[in-house]
Design a protein around this ligand. Structure first.
Ligand code: HEC
Ligand code: HEC
Length: 386
């Protein structure tokens, strides 16, 4: 099912469906919108970008607890919409009684808010908190394309019991019948939710789901709507909730969903050799170059499925169906633009990231390490063109 929303008001008439094809037009620069938007859509995209870059103030409802003042603080490298340096990592933590994870921080938060306008002392990660891990921001280019892939097209690559005995058992993180696909554990099914959550958690800006909007008659949200996350967020900072208007939320969702995928560079003899090696040593078993879709192919180098990555990467966080050692195959498009790598940013280089692969990916890591140096270099050169 694709994210698709139609908003019609006196002010604006827009139809936004998650992304077009996977291969952007050659002239698309990183941070540009998908080609082919109308003037009204471009205006919404630009308003969304301005909100994404905006540093919210206390008078506008920022806080009381927060990590940053803008989305761009974490998604700004090398351009707006990108990723973050290591020092922007946030801490994700949970109490674990063996069967259930519960939130260790106030307001049911699993994310530590490091700063506060009202507290003198930081919210602490105390020694009794069993699960403590970090997250480093991934880039957002091509989000709409990932959103546009149907659940069936993702499930076509799932092999939960490893029926074909190739050692790779991709599992879907389901939200009802919809394949959840956003976040390092594919824990979130909707881009709108992945915007309403951080704007509240990291910035203290409250909002209501678009489906609550006054324009409900003109608005369709074609996605599985499930569970609590679809409730309004509220806080007590003296500014009326919701602090973000429906129009602003719409523009932010539209912006994120229309950021064009990174454009690949042409292959050379060396990187062409690397492409062959990538397939031969088993990387493409998880990092599927083009997910075949009923729409245009999406060249994201992921299956959007969960894989056991072994004890070295395991962080104990269980999110939906994802176990403590499972992660969603990270897309490799745009890799050259956004070190550091992996869920906690521990890898400074592509080579370090490969070296950290374990679990189901251990054989392909071993294959990589036993390649002749020239083939290792070719593989890295290939990944740097994506
Ligand atoms: C404190 C740093 C930080 C801030 C601020 C932040 N993000 Fe993120 N963002 C992250 C991290 C880290 C992840 C991955 C989280 C995870 O999977 O657990 C992420 C993931 C995402 C994703 C999903 C990407 C994917 O590959 O699935 C979207 C969309 C997103 N953020 C949008 C936003 C928007 C919009 C804002 C502003 C309202 C924002 N973020 C603010 C750190 C941040
Ligand atoms: C079993 C599935 C699987 C295989 C096989 C696999 N990967 Fe991965 N890869 C993943 C997962 C899952 C992640 C995310 C792990 C994390 O964030 O901790 C990842 C992350 C990466 C990253 C970091 C991306 C980023 O933006 O942070 C790179 C680079 C990478 N893989 C390259 C490779 C290469 C090259 C190969 C072949 C040698 C390979 N992978 C084989 C599943 C796999």
């Amino acid at each position: 099912m694709r994210w698709c929303l139609v908003l019609t008001t006196a002010l604006v008439s827009l139809a936004a469906c998650g992304g077009g094809g996977g291969e952007p037009q050659a002239q698309t620069q990183l941070g540009d919108p998908n080609p082919g938007l109308s003037a009204a859509q471009l205006a919404s995209f630009e308003r969304g970008r301005a909100l994404f870059e905006k540093r919210f103030t206390r008078a506008e409802g920022h806080g009381p607890d927060f990590n940053t003042t803008s989305c761009k603080s974490c998604h700004g490298i090398p351009v707006t919409g990108g990723s973050s340096p290591l020092y922007r990592n946030f801490i994700l933590a949970a109490h674990d009684d063996g069967s259930t994870l519960t939130a260790p921080f106030e307001l049911g938060q699993f994310v530590q808010r490091r700063f506060s306008h009202t507290r003198a002392i930081r919210e602490a990660v105390t020694p009794d908190i069993e699960v403590v891990t970090q997250r480093n921001a991934p880039p957002m280019f091509g989000m709409g394309q990932l959103d546009s892939i149907t659940s069936d097209d993702i499930l076509a690559n799932a092999d939960p019991l490893d029926g074909n005995a190739d050692g790779i058992s991709g599992r879907a993180n389901l939200d009802g019948t919809f394949v959840s696909r956003f976040g390092f554990k594919a824990q979130e099914s909707s881009l709108e939710e992945f915007i309403r959550a951080p704007i509240f958690t990291h910035m203290g800006i409250t909002s209501e789901p678009l489906s609550f909007g006054p324009q409900t008659t003109g608005l369709r949200v074609e996605r599985q709507v499930t569970g609590d996350p679809n409730l309004p967020t509220i806080d007590a900072d003296g500014v009326n909730d919701p602090e973000l208007s429906f129009q602003e939320l719409f523009d932010l969702v539209f912006y994120v969903s229309q950021l064009a995928p990174p454009a690949p560079l042409p292959l050379t003899t060396q990187s062409g050799r690397g492409q062959t090696v990538f397939g031969e040593i088993g990387c493409a078993q998880c990092h599927i170059p083009n997910i075949k879709t009923t729409g245009a192919p999406v060249n994201a180098y992921t299956d959007l499925l969960l894989h056991d990555m072994g004890p070295g990467l395991a962080d104990g966080m269980r999110q939906g169906a994802a176990l403590g050692s499972e992660f969603r195959t990270q897309p490799l498009w745009g890799l050259r633009h956004h070190a550091p790598y992996l869920h906690d940013g521990r890898a400074d280089t592509i080579r370090d990231a490969i070296d950290a692969h374990g679990g189901e990916a251990a054989p392909s890591r071993t294959n990589f390490l036993t390649l002749p140096t020239s083939d290792q270099d070719a593989l890295i050169a290939f990944l740097e063109t994506r």
